[in-house]
Design a protein around this ligand. Structure first.
Ligand SMILES: [Zn+2]
Length: 283
């Protein structure tokens, strides 16, 4: 794999989180969850980050329809966000949300967006996210420890510019639950979702706490060596001895003298550094 093709795996501290509902206005389970969290902000606050809760498409929520002009959850590609000629209600709302949650792809974007949806399909709880979002993968794994019915579904791998709302943030997921009829709240799914949202926020806080506990100095560069191949494994005094016996500081090992190598093989040095092997080895 070429270096520039490698997925970004470094995950920094999470400082700003958004929980959103009503991207699709008739997905009332998510809409009512978001409204509940707006009414009870203490439920989403954690010491290590701020959390905003908002409704994404108020016009479609008002009409209890999936969308008014076009699907809002297909309006967040970089090209569409930059196209000021797009004038549908959802295209304009997408630009507003991008200004509030993004801008997409920028350092100022939200660290995490959790977007609440529901479906009539029997999905149970499905976490949908980018295949290149290791934080969301770890978060999904954590949620599975709390609720084994949670499933992880990865977005299509063939694109890096998803048109989906969570893609405006540095990390994010679509939180899909079902079956729930359009315009209805299903009590069991609602309660299950509320619990899992709490666990998700706890996980992000624990992620921050782990980073906070690091000393910030970083571990010195290491190289793996086989101590059996080095007759003098630590020729230079190391001010920070490594407690791991399999790892040595990145001090280059002195080259093994060719003469010693030859003697070790029981032979003699020949021209071009070749070694004459003893007779017992030449059979
Ligand atoms: Zn939806």
């Amino acid at each position: 794999m070429k270096a520039n093709k490698r997925p970004r795996t470094e995950v920094g501290r999470i400082r700003r989180v958004a929980i959103t509902g009503g991207t699709h206005g008739n997905e009332s389970n998510g809409v009512q969850l978001a409204k509940h969290l707006i009414r009870h902000p203490a439920l989403v606050q954690r010491d290590s980050f701020s959390c905003t809760v908002l409704l994404n498409n108020p016009a479609s929520i008002e009409r209890n329809v999936r969308y008014c002009d076009e699907d809002l959850n297909r309006c967040f590609s970089l090209a569409d966000l930059a196209d000021e000629s797009r004038n549908s209600l959802e295209a304009r709302r997408a630009r507003e949300l991008n200004a509030q949650l993004g801008p997409k792809g920028s350092e100022g974007a939200m660290d995490y967006v959790l977007d609440l949806h529901n479906t009539t399909a029997n999905t149970g709880v499905a976490i949908m996210c980018s295949p290149r979002d290791p934080l969301s993968h770890a978060l999904a794994a954590h949620l599975q420890t709390k609720d084994p019915s949670v499933r992880l579904i990865l977005w299509h791998r063939n694109t890096r510019d998803y048109p989906l709302l969570p893609s405006v943030a540095k990390h994010g997921m679509t939180f899909e639950v079902g079956p729930a009829p359009w315009g209805c709240v299903v009590g069991a799914l609602y309660e299950q979702s509320l619990n899992l949202i709490g666990h998700a926020l706890d996980y992000l806080h624990a992620h921050n706490a782990a980073l906070e506990s690091a000393d910030g100095a970083g571990w010195p560069p290491l190289t793996l060596t086989n101590p059996n191949r080095n007759p003098n494994p630590n020729p230079n005094p190391n001010p920070n001895p490594n407690p791991n016996p399999c790892c040595r500081p990145a001090t280059p090992n002195p080259p093994l003298p060719v003469a010693r190598l030859a003697r070790g093989l029981g032979g003699r040095l020949r021209q071009h550094g070749q070694t004459r092997l003893p007779a017992r080895c030449r059979r």
